[in-house]
Write a protein that binds this ligand. Structure first.
Ligand code: ADP
Ligand code: MG
Length: 705
């Protein structure tokens, strides 16, 4: 007897029965080199295969409305109806009766069928005045196709679930299935389960080897569901463990403790010309609690456009100041940084807080001066753009960094801030966003962020009225706009394109001319779009802010954060082409002052769905509701950011339906890492290796040492 020295999972595909070096190469093209690879190559779906029926029996079984059927037999006649859409009819006989197979739009089938060919037809069958007809059935030819060798055909099959694998032209799903089949049981028996038995029992999960076996060759749907749950849990747990480790690494080294007190809080709140809303105060308390600990904060402040996030951030920054430490706030554009500077300076008027601005347009000498002050502690709050990260600047003691409207703020940027902080501690981090993050995402990609939410807007915030207009009535919008402008207000006109294209969409330059020569003649208009240089854009925006312009014809570049209190009207052309969340962000640009805002969405929705979307945006101004709607309409494939995050995709887990499992995995991972922060126990080796392999780089986990 031969004893193989190679463990089964490492056995090369090449050495398997029936696979030589040439075929092995074809398998290798699918990354299938060993039995272990085959086992990990999970089917991406399963197909229900029907039992074969005798035609005579089927004739009784198939109701007039149709049923799924599989029949095996021999083609006895082929007929082609020529024409623009040729129709091919083949008669299949199994001895007990005949079935008619009809193929539309498949002229190539003509050469495929010939009398004497044997095979299996499966698909939807209908009963038509006494005979059974199948339209476009799936056809599988058998053997070399003569009745004589029917004896060597595979036995008539039973109903079963069949795996469907990612395959190639030369390595079919069926071939993968056949290759794996004889090895499946011994290979699965060789799989070590990295999950401790206690977890398995607690969540009633099958052991890993059984789950693999059942996923490749399920006996029934229940078994498949249990296997799926186990494999999905593993994927989610691995990610959540990586997230928990990242969190532990971030928290290593600690942060500066920034204390608060009721008195200090009163002093801070007194800085604002308005009373903070209950939600702003609650968000502030959540932040202040974090800042009072030496564990670095990593918090997301989520709040709709105009919710008043800046006041909350500034309050936190003032806590840093009162502890004698520095803070910084980073905005995505110079314009927004300047806007923060203006509003923050206004709130701090008459205080001893020293504020400065750092952007890319500072001269070398200005930067040098700023660096000196940041290092010596003569600046308390530094407001800026990305230049904050790239400049050679160093702080005396940076305790808190606020990141405005930036989602992809990662490990690397955090490390940069830490290296600039001037102390051997990680700055507390507050990330602000107006884009609601669906719960599934908050738990995965952003899984180590705590979240504070400001749901309500300040009470005296003017409501934005949203109207829908068909494009044929666009003139009414321009007339309305003219009236408002003549009353001293300002407006945005948003178009979907920068340049004309064959899509026939309004574009910035031509629309500007069109309005200047027509409905808005004599008014001060300018254009703005993403292809302009940022200085040019900022200059235009500044003129708009100073009311040297009445209206801006722009693309969505104005979407992010711009605050022009005197702008009250927003006209969006081709509104049906924008995402719901985007329309919501856009209209949030108007009505930020004391006057009410009006958003006019000009568009011709061509579908019911399109109409429903526009109607939805008209009838609600709850940004969270809109984000959920948007997600529901665009589908899970569009989970923003998730794909660009550089994380490996899940194979089995599906975030749209596995939320409960995700939460389970998260709880388990947190408890696990609390108990075993380094995953250093011998029984954790496998898991740890897997985590590093999948997430080590993306999460900057190093070697988890
Ligand atoms: P966002 O959350 O979109 O960043 P901002 O912080 O820019 O919102 O706030 C929008 C406007 O609302 C600003 O002019 C701000 O001064 C004002 N504001 C903030 N909080 C309140 C409040 N509690 N009451 C009245 N106005 C407020
Ligand atoms: Mg803001």
């Amino acid at each position: 007897m031969e004893v193989s020295a190679t463990p089964i999972l490492e056995t090369k595909v090449e050495s398997l029965h029936g696979i030589g070096p040439a075929r092995a190469l074809l398998f290798a093209a699918l990354e299938l080199r060993t039995v272990g690879d085959l086992l990990r190559h999970l089917p991406f779906r399963h197909e229900f295969e029907h039992a074969e029926e005798e035609v005579a029996a089927a004739a009784l079984l198939v109701p007039p409305e149709g049923a799924n059927l599989a029949v095996r037999g021999e083609i006895v006649a082929v007929r082609v109806t020529p024409g623009r859409k040729p129709r091919i009819e083949a008669t299949l006989s199994d001895g007990s009766g005949t079935v008619r197979l009809v193929f539309f739009n498949a002229p190539w089938m003509k050469s495929k069928f010939h009398p004497g060919l044997r095979g299996i037809a499966e698909g939807k069958a209908k009963s038509r005045s006494g005979y059974i007809e199948m339209s476009n059935p799936k056809w599988t030819s058998l053997a070399s196709g003569t009745a004589e060798n029917a004896a060597t055909e595979p036995a008539s099959r039973e109903a079963r679930l069949r795996p469907v694998y990612a395959a190639s032209e030369s390595v079919s799903s069926a071939l993968i299935e056949q290759t794996l089949a004889p090895l499946l049981l011994p290979a699965c028996a060789a799989i070590q389960d990295p999950l401790p038995a206690a977890y398995r029992e607690l969540h009633a999960l099958p052991i890993l080897g059984d789950a693999y076996r059942a996923f490749h060759a399920p006996r029934d749907l229940d078994e498949l569901a249990a296997a799926r749950r186990r494999l999905a849990y593993d994927e989610l747990l691995t990610l959540q463990l990586a997230v928990a480790i990242r969190r532990r690494l971030r928290e290593d080294g600690g942060a500066s403790v920034l204390a608060t007190s009721p008195r200090l809080e009163r002093e801070i709140f007194a800085r604002f010309p308005f009373k903070l809303t209950a939600e702003q105060v609650r968000a502030f308390h959540e932040i202040a609690t974090d800042l009072g600990h030496s564990t670095p904060m990593n918090r997301l402040l989520q709040g709709d456009v105009g919710a008043g996030k800046t006041a909350v951030a500034l309050s936190a920054m003032l806590l840093a100041k009162s502890s004698g430490a520095q803070s910084a706030i980073m905005a995505p554009t110079e314009l927004l940084a300047e806007q923060h500077l203006r509003s923050i300076s206004k709130f701090l008027e008459g205080s001893n807080v020293r504020v400065a601005l750092l952007t890319g347009s500072l001269s070398a000498s200005q930067r040098a001066a700023l660096r000196v002050k940041a290092k010596s502690g003569e600046i308390d709050m530094l407001i800026g753009t990305h230049a904050l990260l790239t400049d050679a600047l160093e702080f005396q003691h940076l305790a808190l960094a606020v990141i405005d409207e930036q989602h992809r703020f990662g490990v690397a940027q955090r490390a940069v801030l830490r290296s600039k902080s001037g102390v051997d501690r990680t700055p507390h981090m507050l990330v602000m966003t107006a884009t609601p993050i669906p719960r599934t995402l908050a738990l995965t990609v952003y899984g180590d962020l705590d979240v504070s939410v400001i749901r309500a807007k300040p009470m005296d915030r003017q409501k934005i009225h949203t109207r829908l207009l068909p494009s044929a009535r666009a003139d009414e919008a321009y007339q309305f706009l003219r009236t408002r402008i003549e009353q001293g207000e300002q407006a945005f006109i948003v178009v979907p394109a920068v340049e004309n294209s064959d899509l026939g969409l309004k574009a910035v330059a031509t629309h500007l001319t069109f309005l200047q020569q027509g409905a808005l003649h004599g008014l001060r208009l300018a254009s703005m779009h993403g292809q302009m240089k940022s200085e040019e854009r900022d200059a235009t925006m500044t003129r708009f802010l100073n009311h040297e312009l009445d209206a801006l014809v722009a693309t969505v570049v104005i979407e992010v954060g711009v605050d022009v209190p005197n702008a009250t009207v927003m006209v969006v052309e081709h509104a049906e082409r924008f995402g719901l969340a985007q329309l919501h962000q856009l209209r949030g640009r108007v009505g930020r002052g004391t006057k009410g805002g009006v958003a006019i969405l000009i568009g011709d929705a061509t579908t019911d769905d399109g109409h429903a979307r526009l109607e939805a945006i008209r009838s609600t101004d709850d940004g969270f509701k809109i984000a959920e709607l948007d997600l529901a309409i665009r589908g899970p494939g569009e989970f923003f950011g998730a794909r660009q995050s550089g994380l490996p995709p899940f194979v089995v887990a599906d975030l749209t339906r596995d939320l409960p499992l995700l939460e389970l995995a998260r709880r388990d991972a947190v408890a696990w890492i609390a108990r075993s922060p380094r995953l250093a126990a011998p029984e954790e080796v496998l898991l740890r290796r897997k985590i590093l392999h999948l997430y080590g780089e993306a999460f900057g986990l190093g070697d988890v040492a």
